[in-house]
Design a protein. Sequence first.
Length: 175
Amino acid sequence: MTVKHGQEPEMRHLPNVLQRCEQHSVLWRNARIKACGLLFDAAANEYLKVDSDSEVYSERLRDVVLPAVLQAFPVPDDDRFIPAAIQMLVIDWESRRSPVDTPAPETPAQIIDRLRDKNGCTMEQLAADAGLDTKQVYKVKRGESVRTETILALAAALGCEAGDLLPRDPTRKRG
C-alpha cells in the first residue's frame, strides 16, 4: 500500500495488517511457550534424577526451576498465557514425582512368605513340596546364590514364576 503526500491511506487494508500483527503475536507467544517448556523440561528432568522426596522436588520446581526459566525468557506483564502454560508444566512434572509412585517390587523373601502363607504351609512343608532342604529355601529368601534347579523347584512349589524369586538390582532399569 503506497500513500502519496496529501492522500488518505486506504483503510480497507487495515484489518489485514491488524490480523497479520495478531498472527505474529500468537506465533511469538507459542514460540516463547515452546522455548520455556524445553528449558523447564530439561531442568526438571535433571532434578527428577536426584530428588527422591516429592515435596522437595515440588519446592525445587517452584522455587528454582520456574524462576530461572522466567528469567531466561522474560514474559510481558500483560501476557497471562505463558505463565499459565509453564504452570501446567510444573503440575505435570510434579505428578511424575508424586508420593503415589509405584511401590518397590517385592523381594524374594516377601514373595516366598506371602505365597507360603497363602498356601498355608510352613517353611519345612514348602521345602518338602519343592524337594529341597530348608537351608536352600532360606538362601533363596536372602538372595544368595543357588542353583537354577533350586529356583525352578521352589517356584513350582509356590506357583509363581522363577524370575519372581531372583533378587532385583535396584540400579538396573527393568522393562
